[in-house]
Design a protein around this ligand. Structure first.
Ligand code: MG
Length: 373
């Protein structure tokens, strides 16, 4: 076991759970959180939720489940190298996308539009709502009753208005403070994971090409070095070897730059971390290259007409579903009807956000096609 640094989140010094529980046996508080997340229904549904490509487009594309596992893998490597708490990084990483709607960003935008007069919809806040309220599994409490540190990491960003209503967990947004280093790691591991797998999946789908990517420095540098070393390498292996080197560069850079920042600010504990500037960061040069890659993906992949067509369909499905339930709450499954009596729009948002891509497509058919039941 590696030694935890003084500024690592310490499960024994956790700010605790909302409902007090006996301490776990044979595992730490953060391990228990990780375990609860893995056993949740929302976690299983990540298998059939997507970010860019819709689930039925192919079996080889990332899903939110494999994405979350990749984030956890990257995050844990960085955490271990910096003497930080791997278990907390893992818990936050595995939970960070639990609140995502079906159909990635298109779904989230559509649901947010539907909810604009009722408090809006924000996937980060929804992830917190999933673990705080929506998971109904334990006898003694609603949700998963996770530790403060895990919940804080899940709530990556949030508006000041929402922060005000969230109490303790929203405090840092009002006071402009940082979360734990473990939460900061999970956040940037997410960025590393999706940029790289979008390159990989984008190439696999044929929507972008190696030739186009040659204009992106971080890709072309590694592509050139792989080709120089292995001139005969082609296709998937060439792409994978290039992507793996990109990930390695980003992870190493993140680790080294963060190590330097930590040394410079030498936080004595987690409280110092909260008051310091962000201490988990890329170097300026790599940050710039990441931006260049992001811009490329935005222009050539996320705005590709084939992606736009699917996004358009996705938005229509989500909007149709919302309107149908809003028009007649009796169409909702019983457990959501109970919630609907308190707050109809929020109950619909909870139901729709919980759907997988394929469930939303089927539910749309069930509601709008006469032959389906
Ligand atoms: Mg993510």
């Amino acid at each position: 076991m590696y030694e935890l640094a003084a500024y690592a989140a310490n499960p024994a010094a956790s700010r605790g759970r909302q409902i007090v529980e006996a301490p776990p046996v044979g595992r730490t508080e953060f391990q228990r959180d990780r375990d609860r997340i893995i056993h949740s229904a929302a976690f299983r549904r990540l298998e059939y939720k997507t970010q860019v490509f819709v689930n039925h487009e192919g079996d080889l594309f990332r899903t939110r489940l494999t994405h979350s596992i990749e984030v956890a893998q990257i995050g844990r490597s960085v955490a271990r190298n910096l003497g930080l708490n791997e278990d907390l990084v893992e818990a936050v990483s595995l939970a960070h996308d639990l609140g995502h709607t079906p159909f990635g960003h298109a779904g989230q935008d559509a649901l947010n539009d539907c909810m604009k007069d009722y408090g809006g919809f924000e996937h980060n806040l929804q992830s917190l709502r999933v673990v705080d309220v929506l998971e109904q599994r334990y006898a003694a409490f609603e949700g998963l009753n996770l530790c403060f540190e895990t919940r804080e990491g899940i709530l990556k960003h949030c508006s000041l208005k929402n922060a005000q209503e969230l109490g303790e967990i929203g405090e840092r947004f009002m006071r402009k403070m940082r979360p734990s280093l473990e939460a900061q790691i999970a956040n940037l591991a997410d960025e590393i994971a999706y940029n790289n797998h979008d390159v990989d999946d984008g190439l696999r789908s044929g929507l972008i090409s190696i030739e186009q990517l040659a204009s992106v420095r971080i890709f072309s540098q590694h592509l050139d070095s792989v080709k120089a070393q292995y001139p005969a390498l082609v296709d998937r292996r060439l792409i994978h070897e290039t992507v793996r080197r990109m990930i390695n560069t980003l992870v190493s850079d993140l680790t080294e730059r963060s190590r330097a920042l930590i040394a410079q600010h030498h936080p004595g504990g987690v409280d110092d971390v909260r008051n310091a500037p962000p201490l988990i960061a890329f170097s300026a040069g790599i940050q710039e290259q990441q931006q260049e890659l992001k811009k490329f993906l935005h222009k050539h992949l996320y705005q590709h007409y084939r992606v736009a067509r699917m996004s358009n369909k996705a938005k229509r499905i989500v909007t149709d579903l919302f309107r149908a339930f809003y028009g007649d709450a009796r169409l909702l499954p019983p457990e959501f009807q109970v919630r609907a009596e308190i707050d109809l729009p929020r109950a619909i948002a909870d139901y729709v956000a919980g759907m997988t891509d394929r469930y939303a497509i089927r539910e749309h058919r069930r509601l709008f096609t006469v032959e389906e039941t």
